[in-house]
Design a protein around this ligand. Structure first.
Ligand SMILES: Nc1ncnc2c1ncn2[C@@H]1O[C@H](COP(=O)(O)OP(=O)(O)OP(=O)(O)O)[C@@H](O)[C@H]1O
Ligand SMILES: O=P(O)(O)OC[C@H]1O[C@H](OP(=O)(O)OP(=O)(O)O)[C@H](O)[C@@H]1O
Ligand SMILES: [Mg+2]
Length: 281
């Protein structure tokens, strides 16, 4: 059985479970369950702390897992990114009391609190900045007010948490993170792994793309398919109307309205957009 690590708590947990459900896998119903076997698909899911997932996968105890890129780097475990899963997107930034710092060099000799101490130490070393890094578990933004640190390094999504604590980000972004599918470097390329990878990719495609159908005069087909090239090539079918064809293509969901406007402008009609329920490319 393929052994898969799934986050049991925090920002990654619900979205990871939801994605695996959409990919047709059995998921736990009760958050106290630690392991569940999906016999039909030959996969066993282990629910673990997000921070520990790269460690288990790196050591080879588990074959693959879902975790954040920031957590993977901070673990320094020999696990590899397979692909991004397009959720839990965040950046990782230094921040301090507004006006106190303007660049990373200003951190020399200062105290920095973070939950990602290895990632921060590695970055400071690369930049040649000597500072004291203290690892705390969470609510990092409070550490400055409580006198434990001069600056912090933490996950930023909207920036609301930092702003509410009177802190401002400074210096370049240390990294951009999102949830990832990770694997052990030498994981066996079994059928179950290949199917998991393809199914998750299918969920990503179904979420990111929609189908557009429209009718167009044959002489305008080239112009229309330039607007809707699809992933490989659009499907062009005959239409019961002399000189016209029907086209079906995949378009980015975020671009559907713009594409529909542009198609209409060049003469396409009966333009319909529909969601993709599932995909296997
Ligand atoms: N507000 C957020 N928006 C997007 N991603 C986030 C956010 N907070 C944390 N993450 C991402 O979630 C992962 C951290 O997982 P973890 O479970 O430790 O998060 P958490 O939500 O801080 O959990 P906890 O409840 O234990 O504090 C990282 O990859 C991080 O980039
Ligand atoms: O930029 P924002 O949208 O405000 O999101 C970022 C915040 O979210 C996370 O905290 P979380 O809620 O997980 O609390 P924690 O600090 O206890 O981990 C992260 O550690 C930041 O504090
Ligand atoms: Mg947190």
């Amino acid at each position: 059985m393929l052994r898969v690590a799934v986050p049991n708590k925090g920002s990654l947990s619900d979205a990871a479970t939801q994605m695996l459900k959409e990919a047709g896998y059995l998921q736990r119903r009760d958050s106290r369950e630690l392991v569940i076997a999906d016999e039909e698909n030959g996969v066993e899911f282990f629910y673990l702390r997000p921070r520990d997932i790269a460690v288990y996968v790196g050591k080879g105890t588990l074959d693959v897992g879902i975790t954040g890129r920031d957590l993977l780097l901070d673990s320094e475990a020999p696990a590899e990114e397979v692909f991004g899963l397009d959720f839990a997107r965040s950046t990782f930034r230094f921040a301090g009391p507004a006006g106190d710092f303007s660049s990373v060099e200003d951190l020399a000799g200062k105290r920095i609190a973070t939950s990602y101490s290895k990632l921060v130490r590695a970055y400071l070393e690369k930049r040649g900045v000597d500072a004291t890094v203290t690892r705390l578990d969470g609510a990092i933004e409070s550490s400055i007010r409580l006198g434990v640190a001069d600056a912090i390094a933490d996950v930023v999504e909207t920036g609301n948490t930092m702003r509410a604590a009177g802190l401002a980000p400074f210096g370049e972004t240390l990294m951009k993170s999102e949830a990832l599918l990770i694997k052990r470097a030498d994981v066996q390329e079994t059928d179950a792994f290949d199917i998991l990878r393809r199914r998750l990719h299918g969920v990503l495609i179904a979420r990111q793309y929609a189908l557009v159908d429209y009718d167009i005069r044959e002489d305008l087909l080239d112009a229309a398919t330039k607007l809707t090239p699809g992933l490989e090539a659009p499907t062009v079918s005959p239409l019961g109307r002399e000189g016209w064809v029907a086209v079906r293509s995949m378009v980015k969901r975020s671009e559907t309205n713009k594409v529909m406007d542009n198609l209409y402008d060049i003469g396409a009609r009966a333009i319909l957009v529909s969601p993709i329920q599932a995909a296997r490319l």
